[in-house]
Design a protein around this ligand. Structure first.
Ligand code: SF4
Length: 271
């Protein structure tokens, strides 16, 4: 335990001054603002999303089938989850502004004609859509850049191991394949002090094989949806993956399913 942490735990809270007023519910009130306008929402996915595919339900063929049909998606985020996502989005904007100012990134135009480093990434077969964070010009080469923010502990771990998080790597590899680029970088920011860490990724045979089979898997899942053959469940109802799945209610009432499609293979980085 660090000295500062120990010190802060040991500080006894002072009693409020007598002329103070009650604020106990103020935090809850502000938190309710984060959740305003959220909640269950009907959504129909038209494409696979590389940012979803690497996590939990994103590897489930049944999830994508139901999502392509259109379902009521439950929002599992609490107020701090929403705050965390918003903080990530705002950090992206700040880092992208710095990339533009430094001249390292290609400049595109957003829907309102404002300059941005973000650009659309589209694939037809299988159907994939995502936004790339930046296309960097570095040492006479174009390099795909993906920005991620993380808490200090996670950041220090990545820094020591010099390895990106598997989900982040998967997202980048899918973008690199679609864009036909052999080099990419994961740009990590420490949320505590804004320190940057850039981890390089170069395509090798192991990554190529994994990403090729991931594209085949997406084609198989899409074909199952086109053919109206619902994939069977690959998990127990109380599994961690199903518990946080946004379409678990629709899944429970969708029936057993027609065919067995395996879940997306995980990327083993130890090879
Ligand atoms: S609840 Fe589980 S099996 Fe059903 S779609 Fe979601 S992840 Fe797949």
């Amino acid at each position: 335990m660090t000295k500062n942490l120990l010190k802060s735990i040991m500080i006894k809270p002072e009693p409020l001054p007598e002329d103070s007023f009650d604020t106990t519910e103020m935090v809850q009130k502000i938190q309710s603002g984060y959740l305003e306008g959220r909640g269950p929402k009907h959504t129909q996915k038209k494409t696979f999303a590389p940012s979803t595919i690497a996590y939990g339900h994103g590897e489930c063929p049944r999830y994508w089938y139901l999502a392509f049909d259109g379902q009521t998606f439950e929002d599992n985020n609490d107020a701090y989850g929403v705050a965390n996502m918003t903080a990530g989005t705002k950090s992206h904007d700040r880092i992208q502004d710095a990339m533009m100012a430094s001249g390292i990134a290609e400049i595109f135009r957003d829907a309102n004609d404002n300059p941005t480093t973000e650009f659309k990434i589209v694939n037809q077969d299988p159907p994939i859509f995502g936004y790339g964070d930046a296309m960097l010009n570095w040492q006479d080469e174009q390099i795909v850049g993906e920005i991620k923010t993380m808490m200090s502990e996670g950041f220090e771990y990545r820094k020591a191991k010099r390895k990106p998080k598997t989900g982040h790597l998967i997202q980048l590899l899918i973008y690199m394949k679609i864009l036909k680029k052999s080099k990419g970088v994961l740009i990590y920011e420490n949320k505590n002090n804004h320190e940057l860490l850039v981890l390089p990724v170069t395509v090798n045979d192991h990554y190529r094989r994994w990403v090729d089979q991931a594209f085949d898997w997406m084609r198989e899942v899409r074909r199952a949806w086109v053919d109206r053959t619902l994939p069977k469940k690959n998990y127990r109802a109380n599994s961690k993956i199903c518990k946080s799945c946004p379409v678990q209610k629709a899944c429970a009432s969708a029936g057993e399913g027609d065919l067995k499609v395996k879940s997306l293979e995980s990327l083993d980085e130890e090879l």
